[in-house]
Ligand binder design. Structure first.
Ligand SMILES: [Zn+2]
Ligand SMILES: [Zn+2]
Length: 82
């Protein structure tokens, strides 16, 4: 069966926690560790969060926005074939 999967850009941008407004994840509230993967949420202003926390956050908190985005993408695909 066809599944919707979510592509994240593959490039990595190194950052220092010093340069962040907070050294803690906005979701689990734990301090970032060395070489933790972090990201931000495109749907809200939660700030810098762990990549794994973001996955869970986006697929639960933003299920509706995510659904809209998936539908928009499908419409675009249809148009490009017409
Ligand atoms: Zn976290
Ligand atoms: Zn969010």
């Amino acid at each position: 069966m066809t599944k919707n999967i979510l592509w994240r850009e593959g490039w990595i941008k190194p950052l220092l926690t010093e340069s962040l407004p907070s050294e803690k994840c906005g979701i689990c509230n734990r301090e970032f560790g060395e070489l933790d993967f972090v990201t931000s949420c495109e749907f809200c202003e939660i700030g810098i969060i762990h990549d794994i926390c973001a996955n869970n956050h986006i697929s639960t908190t933003h299920a509706k926005e995510l659904g809209e985005k998936i539908n928009k993408h499908k419409e675009k695909q249809l148009h490009s074939f017409q």
